[in-house]
Design a protein around this ligand. Sequence first.
Ligand code: DX5
Ligand code: ZN
Length: 215
Amino acid sequence: MLISPSILTCDFAHLEQELDFVKRSGADWLHLDVMDGVFVPNLTFGPPVIARLRPLSDMFFDVHLMMQYPHRLVDAFAAAGADLINFHVESASPVAETLAAIRSHGKKTALALKPATPAEAVFPYLDQLDMVLVMTVEPGFGGQKFMADMLPKIAALRAEIDRRGLSVAIEVDGGIAPDTAPLVAKAGATVAVVGSALFNAPDPTALVQTLHAIG
Ligand code: DX5
Ligand code: ZN
């Protein structure tokens, strides 16, 4: 599986060093959790911070928007240097128009699903997507317990993507660690967000190697 570390658990006073830590761990992407305090009960950062991080890293910026109105800031996140813009199908933005706006900037597209939302919610958009994100915790905070009852949703998405012959990646986010990664890989996930498990790991490089070998 590809590994996309979330900087939500990192030391926000030293972001440059934390980016360096992620790079040295051997991870593939950088997962940036944008929260607006409305869609989720937490607030993080937005385009100005991402724009400042962009020159410091050559990693793929996987931007996860937990926002009520993501379409309002698509242009700003694209200009800030996002490589992929991922927003929630439960947001208040028009899904097709928001996906088209992301595409118009030449960026990769993704839709995210909260735990209560069924896989079928993204089926109408699958052929416009590079990735689907299945939340395996309630969005808002790092360090929560993995929800094993999300595994059938991952499998349902995998089956539909394969049935239609599409090459849409499936990302999982929340509680991913060496014990839960094999379960999501078996269900069909191809990208794993890793937050607290990486930032608290005694040997981050070994952890990424272990996760890379799964799936
Ligand atoms: C939660 C975020 C996740 C979170 C994952 O809303 O979307 O990316 O940081 O953190 P862990 O791996 O600690 O569950
Ligand atoms: Zn996330």
